[in-house]
Design a protein. Structure first.
Length: 286
C-alpha cells in the first residue's frame, strides 16, 4: 500500500475548533487564556481525579501562525482518552507584551493556575505532563525546568507546579546550540526578538532548557522522519545533552511523518504519540 503524503501546514490550519468545558483568563490580555477539556461524563458534583496534560501549541512564537484553536483538536482527542487537558494560549510576537519576559511569564502563570482549577474539576496535580509542539515543545521543556530558574530572573516564581514528564513534538531544547536550524523555518531574527538578545548579556540562561539541566524530569523528543523544520537530529542531540546531565531522555522518530502529522489527531503519528502520553502518565501513577 502506498504511503500517504505527510500532512501540510494547510492540513493543520484547517482543523476545526473544538469547544472546551471551561475557559480561564489568567491575565487581562486576550491571549492570556487557557481552555480546559474534560473527559466525557465528568460531573462537577463528583469529579474523579484525572491526570492532566498541559498542551502548548507551536507557531514560531509568531502571532500570524495562530496555534491555539488548532490544538483544541488534540485536546478533545486526549480528553476522550480520559485525561484533563489544559490547552494554553500565550502572548506571541506581534502582540503587546510578548517576548521576554512576557511570553515565558504567561506560560508559567497559566500552568500554576491549575492549582485553582484542580478542586473545581477533580484534577490530579500529582500526575501532570506537558506536551508541546514546535515552539510549544520548547515552552513545555522550559516549563518543566522552572524549578531551576535563578531567583534573580524575572521568570522565577516560588513553588512552580511540578511537571512529571515532557513530550516535545518537534520542539527545540537548546536555543543557543540549535538556533541556526530553527531560524531557517522561523526567521533569522525571531529568537533575538523573543529573548531580547540586544539588551540582555546572557539571554539563554533562563530561557533555554539546555541551560537549566538537570531537572529530574523525563524528556521524550518526538520527530517525524521527514520534518524539515526540526529534523530528528536536533532531538537526538538534545537527548544526548539531557542524558549527559543525568536526566532520563528518549528520542522517538516516526516513519512517514513530517512536522504537522504530529499535531493532527487523525494521523498514524498521533496514534503513536497518544500511546506515549498514556505511558508517561502511567509512570507517574503511584
Amino acid at each position: 500500500m502506498a504511503q500517504a503524503e505527510p500532512a501540510s501546514l494547510d492540513d493543520y490550519m484547517r482543523q476545526a475548533r473544538h469547544k472546551p468545558d471551561a475557559v480561564v483568563h489568567y491575565g487581562p490580555a486576550p491571549s492570556q487564556v487557557a481552555e480546559l477539556f474534560l473527559p466525557p461524563g465528568t460531573t462537577a458534583a463528583k469529579p474523579s481525579p484525572r491526570p492532566v496534560v498541559v498542551l502548548l501549541h507551536g507557531g514560531c512564537f509568531l502571532e500570524q501562525y495562530q496555534g491555539f484553536s488548532q490544538t483544541s483538536a488534540l485536546a478533545a482527542d486526549l480528553a476522550g482518552r480520559g485525561y484533563a487537558v489544559w490547552n494554553v494560549e500565550y502572548r506571541k510576537l506581534g502582540e503587546p507584551g510578548a517576548g521576554y519576559p512576557g511570553t515565558f511569564q504567561d506560560v508559567a502563570t497559566a500552568i500554576d493556575a491549575l492549582r485553582a482549577e484542580a478542586p473545581k474539576h477533580g484534577l490530579d496535580l500529582t500526575r501532570v505532563i506537558a506536551v508541546g509542539h514546535s515552539a510549544g515543545g520548547h515552552l513545555a521543556l522550559w516549563a518543566a525546568s522552572r524549578g531551576k530558574l535563578p531567583a534573580a530572573s524575572p521568570l522565577h516564581t516560588p513553588n512552580p507546579l511540578k511537571i512529571g514528564a515532557v513530550i516535545s513534538l518537534a520542539g527545540i531544547g537548546d536555543l543557543q546550540g540549535q538556533a541556526k536550524a530553527w531560524a531557517i523555518p522561523c526567521g533569522e531574527d525571531t529568537l533575538d526578538r523573543l529573548l531580547d538578545t540586544a539588551h540582555r548579556p546572557h539571554p539563554y540562561a533562563d530561557t533555554s532548557p539546555a541551560e537549566l539541566l538537570p531537572t529530574g524530569v523525563k524528556v521524550v523528543m518526538v520527530h517525524g522522519v521527514f520534518d524539515p523544520v526540526m529534523p530528528p537530529y536536533t532531538g537526538r542531540a538534545y537527548v544526548e545533552k539531557v542524558r549527559k546531565a543525568g536526566d532520563a531522555a528518549e528520542i522517538v522518530t516516526i516513519p512517514g511523518a513530517a512536522h504537522f502529522d504530529l499535531v493532527i489527531p487523525t494521523t498514524p503519528a498521533w496514534t503513536e504519540i497518544a500511546g506515549l502520553v498514556a505511558r508517561e502518565i502511567k509512570a507517574l501513577t503511584h
